[in-house]
Design a protein around this ligand. Structure first.
Ligand SMILES: Cc1ncc(COP(=O)(O)O)c(C=O)c1O
Length: 468
């Protein structure tokens, strides 16, 4: 090969990626050394050295922007969905035990599709709830959080050109995940059937509107039950409408049920997979982080028929491979403990039920604070969050325009975080571009917080009310 030094004859051009003749006058550091180094070459190089096209349109992330804002202003964070108290002591003890174990294998890679102890207890816990005998080896896959499982489901099951129906408001990652898979997201909103203070049960899907979104290109529908951010717990008849459409159009249902245990006011959570004909077409997603108030543990699972779980396992084995073994061991031991209490009907002691009992008064306390200042709360039947309508506050004060083209709720949250040192999340982030107006008169608050955090919030609201 000839010398590639500029001026001597040949050099590696970063645009061509070839050794090509060079202009003698070009510097040795000139990255586009080729004599053909035209504008077009530079464009080629700048397009190559950068982001893949499939990420276009997915650059913005609500958690990154508003997490940073809350930290910058040292605001009380009622925005992002995490408890600020410790997980139950028994799973903490179990993870310490796993990390300290004489069993050296607990520090090594776990089985790709889920640590056997974990998938075994998941099959025992969920079999009766789903009315199905679950094969722990073929019908379950474990991944890094429910996020990871959602990614495996969308990437493993959806083809470019497919349509994916997303019920909105939706957990924000559904839309970019569908886009990155090359699919077209198709949105259908749950709408409030009245105005003012209400229950999340008053937010409903219009069956006709929903039906109009299904066609021959529809591969999957993503539902979130209980819904983040509304807190709606879909009732059996509402799920049946979705199930009937899935069966009629031969569509997969991806059911994100990470808040399945956080159900309030004696409401009942029904798994869509348990409805007749739905096991065969449903991927049900759960989260160890949400179940045990340990969101940083990032352990999630999907349960469904082998024909849907296997593609997810294939994607996972090649892209992620496995999830942390000690955390899987601890969550497995934790679920065994809770399942034992559940089977003995000691529900007051069982975390799967007691957490909701402890959280309901927190929900009520925060809702009362928000109502007191003039927001109108949608009382959630489930989950971590509540939606508060801020329309009436517009009569009392004006949020200064921050000059951005963002929806009103973004401006309101930025202003509240900066001036009141209180952070929430703007729910229009959970709506598609064309439906952002449906969310922009609300704020999303997270109420699964320590009582001390809620006490601090009450001081903020009291001072705020006095200033009105
Ligand atoms: C509806 C919903 N699904 C999935 C997730 C992600 O769960 P994980 O922390 O297990 O990845 C969240 C987290 O906030 C969520 O709200």
């Amino acid at each position: 090969m000839q010398s590639c030094l500029p001026g001597v004859g040949r050099s590696l051009c970063l645009a061509c990626r070839q050794f090509t003749p060079v202009n003698k006058n070009l510097s040795r550091l000139q990255p586009f050394a080729c004599i053909l180094a035209t504008q077009q070459h530079r464009k080629m190089a700048s397009a190559k050295i950068g982001m893949a096209n499939r990420l276009k349109g997915t650059e913005k992330n609500i958690w990154v922007e508003f997490g940073k804002l809350a930290a910058e202003h040292q605001a009380l964070n009622l925005g992002q969905g995490f408890p600020d108290f410790k997980p139950p002591q028994h799973i903490i003890d179990e993870v310490v035990k796993a990390v300290n174990s004489d069993n050296a294998l607990l520090a090594q890679y776990a089985r790709s599709y889920g640590h056997p102890r974990l998938v075994n207890v998941l099959s025992k816990l969920y079999g009766p709830i789903m009315n199905h005998t679950i094969n722990p080896m073929t019908d379950i896959t474990v991944c890094v959080g429910a996020y990871g499982v959602l990614f495996c489901a969308v990437q493993g099951l959806v083809n470019p050109g497919d349509e994916v129906i997303i019920v909105e408001p939706y957990f924000d990652c559904y839309e970019p995940m569908a886009m990155v898979a090359g699919a077209t997201p198709v949105f259908v909103p749950i709408r409030p059937s009245k105005t003012g203070s209400m229950s999340s049960a008053d937010w409903k899907l219009d069956p006709e509107e929903l039906a109009s979104k299904f066609n021959s290109k529809t591969k999957a529908i993503v539902i979130n039950n209980p819904n983040n951010p509304i807190g709606k717990v879909f009732q059996k008849d509402e799920l049946q409408v979705i199930a009937d459409l899935c069966i009629k159009h031969d569509v997969i249902c991806i059911a994100d049920e990470v808040y399945e245990w956080l159900i309030y006011d004696n409401c009942k959570h029904v798994k869509i997979a348990s409805l007749p004909g739905m096991w065969d077409r449903t991927v049900t997603i759960g989260s160890g982080g949400k179940t045990f108030s340990a969101t940083g543990w990032k352990l999630g699972w999907a349960i469904g028929p082998q024909k849907l779980i296997q593609p997810m396992q294939i994607l996972h084995q090649n892209c992620i491979y496995t999830s942390p073994t000690p955390l899987q061991e601890a969550v497995a031991a934790g679920l065994e403990y809770e399942l034992d209490l559940k089977d003995k009907n000691q529900l007051d002691d069982c975390y799967l039920y007691s957490l909701a009992k402890e959280t309901q008064p927190k929900r009520d306390r925060l809702a009362a604070m928000l109502e007191d200042i003039g927001m109108e709360v949608t009382m959630p039947e489930g989950g971590y969050f509540l939606m508060a309508d801020i329309s009436k506050l517009k009569d009392k004060f004006q949020v200064p325009d921050d000059g951005s083209s963002d929806p009103y709720d973004y401006k309101f949250v930025r202003w509240m975080t900066e001036t009141k040192k209180l952070a929430a999340i703007p729910p229009s982030a959970f709506y598609s571009k064309d439906h952002k107006n449906l969310g922009e008169n609300f704020l999303r608050f997270c109420f699964i917080k320590d009582n001390e955090t809620l006490r601090k919030a009450s001081i903020v609201f009291k001072e705020w009310k006095e200033s009105l």
